[in-house]
Design a protein around this ligand. Structure first.
Ligand code: ATP
Ligand code: MG
Ligand code: MG
Ligand code: MG
Length: 568
């Protein structure tokens, strides 16, 4: 590729809303352009990176025996009603109607569609196992799209779904996928960690997440350096030995700091019985508010009524506020406030809200909220904390083999043993060897293809810009001639090298624009090209070219005759 024929659109300044470095650099490098919140155009430069990620993912999925297909983005509501997720999925599910007023969703995931395919076409144990995958656009109406394409609303996912005649066979494929994901992230040149994870709303048992390690990651991970224990904090909390948690009373005094608050603590605090539907009220502070400090906002969900809550805590003059009032007060998107997730597990505020919520207490009528909370009088004064978790560094590892350490990660992959959850709901069955009808066992396996691009930049950058791993760099080599238009010798040498490298199958960018050297160098560094060759009259006089690796401190002169072999 030649810069004169390509579209490079780099910027000096990062947009003010770009909180993390990858978002800043992707916009400055001209890889993406924002169209709407969480919705981006992939510009030619960015698309080259995205396609390289895709290619690695495809190659490894094919090698692992999965079969590619492509399912529609738009899915009929009936399938979601059948699985029960039409009700359960919540506001992240984008719903729409066609001209006949029939309901549809823009697929956030494809368990329903693939199960429908398989239930119609697969009847016998002889056709199993099967593993279908696609690399396809997903839409999730995220509460808080941010970090550029890392938490977008429209994004590309590799999603695979496997079908089995026995649980043992599902477990075999699950291990196969664990190894495949490990190969994929290794090939992509990423530092990552696989952690055991909770299965959340998708259901089923057995799940691992793959995280790219980065301080800006939204997920907290707990791991034990002395053993192979590694889990996301939600699961680590659930597994944490009871002894590691302080008694409830103590933890409730810690409400203003990142405490260790469990569902039982909340119930005790409110003097209410712990039942499954006890849900959390979160006092929310808005870090972006002009006037910093807590906003009197409590989310109410659950089965207890207001009077019980008041009586239990003499909470003062509260009144109900509707969600839209609170949304108005916060100036946030609808759906911003919920859900605050809890079950019998320790409380964990939904991560999209976690950065803003640092206090939890009671429960109330679904869909209603309290306003008028007087901090200090009614509830402890909250302070803003970045995270809300029960497990802290130094806690004993649940496997008893050492102490936990914490780190942060960006979730780039997630594998699940779904078991029969969807197959049962959608009646996806087969005839076994004895001619008996059985429900299929299912697994599902996701990779955030677009998110990987951002995560790779979180890990690979310096003051001058992006440092892409070679496997996903938009171009592997750039040739920067000093005076392409002025010196015939330089032009000829640059063209010869360009032809040689292109023929060798190397992705090479020839900068034939006649920009000042400083401009060209800065741009090639910003966009993260791993290898740079400078072609100049002085070097050529000695039969040499100047080579510099993106991470090298110094450049080196290499003989003209050797440079091809050096780069190949
Ligand atoms: P998260 O916890 O970050 O919201 P998730 O657990 O909801 O992700 P999954 O349902 O496991 O996501 O989807 C599989 C993969 O899709 C994730 O591991 C992640 O890499 C990617 N992904 C999910 N949501 C987004 C998003 N909003 N933008 C970009 N990638 C995403
Ligand atoms: Mg999510
Ligand atoms: Mg997740
Ligand atoms: Mg996940």
């Amino acid at each position: 590729m030649r810069t004169s024929r390509f579209f490079l659109a780099t910027l000096k300044e990062a947009p003010s809303d770009a909180e993390v470095i990858s978002h800043q650099l992707m916009v400055r490098a001209g890889m993406i352009k924002r169209l709407a919140g969480g919705i981006y155009t992939w510009m030619p430069l960015g698309l080259r990176v995205l396609r390289k990620v895709e290619r690695v993912v495809r190659e490894e999925m094919d090698r692992a025996g999965a079969i590619e297909l492509s399912m529609p983005a738009v899915q009929p509501a009936e399938l979601w009603q059948e699985s029960g997720r039409w009700e359960k999925y919540g506001p992240e599910l984008l719903r729409c109607k066609d001209r006949h007023q029939r309901d549809f969703v823009i697929g956030p995931t494809h368990e329903e569609v693939i199960t429908d395919v398989v239930r119609k076409d697969v009847k016998s144990y002889r056709q199993l196992p099967l593993h279908f995958y696609q690399v396809q656009v997903k839409f999730r109406d995220e509460i808080r799209p941010r970090f550029g394409i890392m938490r977008g609303r429209e994004f590309l996912m590799k999603d695979g779904y496997s079908f089995h005649s026995s649980f043992a066979d599902l477990q075999r494929e699950y291990r196969n996928m664990f190894e495949t994901y490990t190969r994929i992230f290794t090939r992509l040149g990423l530092k990552f960690r696989a952690v055991a994870a909770d299965t959340g709303s998708i259901g089923g048992t057995g799940s691992h997440e793959f995280h790219v390690l980065a301080d800006s990651g939204e997920d907290a991970l707990a791991y034990c350096p002395d053993s192979d224990f590694a889990a996301n904090v939600e699961l680590a909390e659930a597994l944490a030995p009871a002894a590691a948690r302080p008694p409830a009373a103590e933890s409730m005094q810690k409400v203003a700091t990142p405490g260790r608050i469990t569902c039982a603590d909340v119930a005790e605090f409110l003097g209410l019985p712990l039942i499954r539907t006890v849900k959390v009220i979160a006092v929310v502070v808005d870090p972006e508010a002009e006037k910093p400090g807590p906003l009197a906002m409590i989310l109410l969900r659950g089965d207890h009524n207001l009077n019980e809550v008041k009586a239990a805590k003499q909470l003062g003059e509260f009144r109900f506020a509707r969600e839209d009032e609170i949304i108005g007060a916060l100036g946030c998107q609808p759906g911003y406030l919920g859900p605050v997730a809890v079950g019998e597990r320790p409380i964990y505020v939904d991560r999209s809200v976690a950065a803003m919520a640092d206090f939890v207490c009671g429960a109330n009528e679904a869909g209603y909220h309290l306003t008028g909370v007087n901090f200090g009088r009614d509830v402890a004064e909250p302070t803003l904390v970045a995270d809300f978790r029960n497990v802290v560094a130094g806690d004993p590892s649940p496997d008893g083999k050492g102490q936990l350490e914490l780190c942060r990660g960006v979730e780039v992959g997630h594998i699940f043993q779904l078991r029969t959850k969807y197959a049962e709901a959608l009646k996806c069955s087969f005839l076994d060897e004895g001619g008996q009808s059985k429900i299929m066992e299912m697994g599902c396996y996701g990779i955030g293809v677009t998110r990987i691009v951002g995560a790779a930049i979180e890990q690979g950058h310096d003051q001058r810009g992006i440092c892409f791993p070679a496997a996903i760099a938009p171009f592997e080599v750039c040739i920067v001639p000093m005076g392409y238009a002025k010196s015939e010798t330089v032009k000829a040498a640059a063209e010869t090298l360009y032809a040689e490298l292109s023929t060798a199958g190397i992705d090479v960018l020839l900068d034939d624009r006649n920009e000042r050297p400083g401009v060209m160098f800065a741009e090639m560094e910003l966009i993260g090209i791993p290898h740079r060759v400078v072609v100049g009259d002085r070097g050529l006089a000695e039969g040499k070219l100047e080579y510099k690796g993106r991470g090298d401190a110094e450049s080196q002169m290499l003989p003209l005759a050797e440079i091809g072999a050096f780069l190949k």
